[in-house]
Design a binder for this molecule. Structure first.
Ligand SMILES: *[C@@H]1O[C@H](CO)[C@@H](O)[C@H](O)[C@H]1NC(C)=O
Length: 225
């Protein structure tokens, strides 16, 4: 899994005086887990946090009497709140960029199984799904006895999970023949060489036992596109 990302965007204020008192502000973009992006604007004085804007709350909070007064004023200011919303968007964009630069590839977890959908021309539909991979580019190829299949193949785009990870689904329609080996080949930045997943018709009995949800899942995926 991806590790926790927390970093500072920018140091925006610095004051010093003869008594070595200092204050500073931090603009922080914090990403802790899926769907959990927080933009914080924090004001410190002598290392004590006086107040902060928290994008999850959508307002400024003061921790001292004076800071509470200032916070009240700021929260009444439409333009201040608008600006903070813009900063939050910037934070999101920067995170995507930082993620692209810092993160290492995540290997897709691949599932190959029969799909419970009617094929117009063929007996069977197989679905090869890759889950939770990063970065986005991926290539899924179907092989029949080692030869690339180009017809009767349909793929979704790389779909975002909303947490910087992606999933993809590829379908193959075919009519099974004896001694034919069907393989799903996955190529991705996380893999030093293409990874092969062979279809095991023997496991089909087991799939049929648990195959109820597949059709609804498929229509869900297509509807989401
Ligand atoms: C920001 O606000 C949310 C919602 O109240 C809270 O869960 C989170 O801990 C706050 N973050 C910080 C750093 O205070």
């Amino acid at each position: 899994m991806l590790t926790v990302q927390s970093f500072f965007c920018l140091l925006f204020l610095f004051i010093s005086s003869a008594h070595a008192l200092y204050g500073y502000g931090l603009l922080r973009c914090q990403y802790t887990s899926a769907h959990d992006l927080v933009y914080l604007e924090q004001i410190y004085f002598n290392k004590v946090l006086l107040g902060q804007y928290n994008s999850t709350l959508g307002k400024y909070i003061g921790y001292t009497e004076k800071a509470k007064e200032i916070a009240d004023d700021l929260n009444k200011s439409q333009s201040f709140l608008e600006q903070e919303k813009k900063n939050f968007e910037k934070c999101r964009n920067h995170l995507q960029l930082t993620f692209d630069l810092l993160s290492k590839p995540e290997e897709p977890s691949v599932k190959l199984k029969p799909a419970e959908i009617q094929s117009s021309r063929h007996e069977k539909v197989l679905i090869c799904s890759g889950y939770n991979f990063y970065p986005k580019p991926i290539k899924i190829t179907w092989l029949k006895n080692g030869e690339k299949v180009t017809t009767d193949v349909l793929s979704t785009e790389e779909l975002s999970n909303g947490n910087f990870l992606y999933q993809i689904h590829s379908y193959l329609e075919f009519t099974p023949t004896p001694d034919e080996k069907i393989t799903c080949m996955v190529e991705h930045a996380s893999l030093s060489k293409p990874k092969l997943y062979d279809w095991e018709p023997m496991s089909e009995v087991e799939w049929n036992k648990i195959g109820v949800g597949t059709a609804t899942l498929l229509s869900g995926v297509i509807a989401n596109k």
